[in-house]
Design a protein around this ligand. Structure first.
Ligand code: ZN
Length: 217
């Protein structure tokens, strides 16, 4: 099973990716992880990436795609993989097509987790993080026992920069602008499965499995 999993920040993509890893016994491929590995191991591609990162620039798609080419050719990818949060843009989707052609791989389907902006903003802006141990609480679903204090270490809770409504809105705008065309790109090929992701984790899991099992041949 070769899957792409995309969705806006805060939709719960990481949780579903972990579930799919266990369900299909395939690795989760995240470009962030691959990039960090290359940089840590001082590979040629890692050094190339670092030139951009040092200047605070985005690592070009071609560098990322070359890293992915190596990663997807590894043994553990033989029976499939989940591409987590990649491709995010049309040029990346086109680059991925070329790369998969070279590898002789075919994507089975693209799972897009869909949710309204207002729900995302509501969820994330209710998150509170512990200053001491980084534990995350949610005032709506998982509130701390004592207001403003961490259950684990009694540290002070705070609202992270990433969870401030204005910041979330900005990230969502970028997502809509760049990634929605990617959905269209795959919809045209009958490969996109759009999953209503406002329910519980279990409900979303069930929906994803139901929709992608048909591709699992
Ligand atoms: Zn804590």
């Amino acid at each position: 099973m070769r899957l792409v999993l995309i969705g806006p920040p805060g939709v719960g993509k990481g949780t579903q990716a972990k579930f799919l890893v266990d369900y299909f016994i395939i690795p989760q491929i995240s470009t962030g992880d691959i990039l960090r590995n290359h940089v840590r191991n001082n590979t040629t591609l890692g050094n190339e990436a670092q030139v951009y990162m040092r200047d605070g620039k985005l690592v070009p798609d071609i560098v990322i795609l070359n890293m992915m080419k190596n990663r997807l050719a590894e043994d553990d990818c033989a029976s499939g993989y989940i591409l987590d949060g990649f491709p995010r843009t049309i040029p990346q989707a086109e680059g991925l097509d070329d790369l998969l052609n070279i590898l002789g791989h075919q994507l089975d389907c693209v799972v897009m987790m869909n949710i309204s902006d207002s729900l995302i903003i509501n969820r994330l802006s209710n998150r509170r993080s512990c200053k001491e141990c980084n534990q995350i609480f949610n005032l709506l679903y998982d509130p701390p026992q004592q207001a403003g204090k961490c259950n684990k270490c009694n540290g002070d809770l705070f609202l992270r920069e990433d969870d401030i409504p204005d910041t979330i809105q900005r990230r969502l705008s970028i997502y809509h602008q760049q990634t929605e065309p990617v959905i269209e790109y795959y919809t045209k090929r009958d490969m996109a499965e759009i999953i209503d992701s406002k329910g519980t984790i279990k409900e979303i899991q069930a929906q994803i499995i139901e929709r992608i099992e048909v591709y699992n041949s």
